[in-house]
Design a protein around this ligand. Sequence first.
Ligand code: NCN
Ligand code: DMD
Length: 338
Amino acid sequence: MIRFEDRAAFDRALDRLPEPDGSAIEASAARQAQLTKPAGSLGRLEEIALFMAGWQGRERPRADRIRAAIFAGNHGVAARGISAFPPAVTTQMVANFQAGGAAINALAASCGAELSIVPLDLDRPTADICEAPAMSEAECLDALNAGAAAVTAGTDLLFVGEMGIANTTPAAALCAQSFGGLSPDWIGRGTGVDDNGLARKADAVAKALALHGPHCTSAFETLRRLGGREIAAMAGAILAARHLSVPMLLDGFISSAAIAPLARDNPAITAHCLAAHNSAETGHARLLQALRLKPLLQLDMRLGEGSGAAVAAQIVRSALAAHAGMATFAEAAVAGAL
Ligand SMILES: O=C(O)c1ccc[n+]([C@@H]2O[C@H](COP(=O)([O-])O)[C@@H](O)[C@H]2O)c1
Ligand SMILES: Cc1cc2nc[nH]c2cc1C
């Protein structure tokens, strides 16, 4: 298991990112070239198979052990009237996840993912990012380590998701801080906030950036000041997964925003990640471009909680089923290309 002892250990882990297994990719590509189909005809399914081969270190990658971790946190900035729902919904939805009644329960079961729910200090919201850093150094480290602890070596595919009323606001602040652009570029309606709520959100992001921007000199500090516990936990899980060579699916706007500060410091952080979908939340398309990720799906989803990743996991399963199960030209006695 990966654990970040202190902020410097996190910085080091981000600085020294392992690469995929090149020989497994080569072997997998050689097999792919022999399968009974015109070269390239399975499109992105072929890329996915090689991506999975590299991170799993196997010619025929598997999707037998899919794990999902959903992190939940509460946000001080919610008091500014920036969400269509009250903050109590975070805890209520965690109970719903635990009882099996949420979308992610149904979708994780459907793709064969083992689901873990990780509530993070829900009775203690982060500080309002317009007034103070969201978390202390110790709180941020705890959240990063809660994320890292959710990653198990040998997992074939991992996805992370989140639940946190108001978290599209810190997510927008993380994007603007990491990649620039005006705050309206990154601000959307989240759970369905009205025009007045949207204006309050733009104001909150602008205030947070003015207060913290000059101090955001590292990924850790940016997460600590502008993020939230569930956001830092996703960042910790993504970095830990990289060090355990576990391939990942990113879900929506908030889970993608969690690695924005990491990508600013080391753009290679996204190499073990597939973007599951392009969320309907404003800013997600721009964010995926900045992360240099091409979403697998565009379904106008904007739920969060890992839902888009669970649907995309079915695509990964299909890619691997074709790659592992198809006959070669020689096996099937089919003539190859002229
Ligand atoms: O995943 C997304 O792209 C997404 C887009 C909009 C909203 N959400 C979810 O809605 C909540 C945040 O929305 P809000 O309006 O409260 O900031 C949080 O629980 C997220 O899981 C998620
Ligand atoms: C009901 C509800 C479910 C959610 N799941 C993720 N974010 C959410 C936000 C709300 C409001």
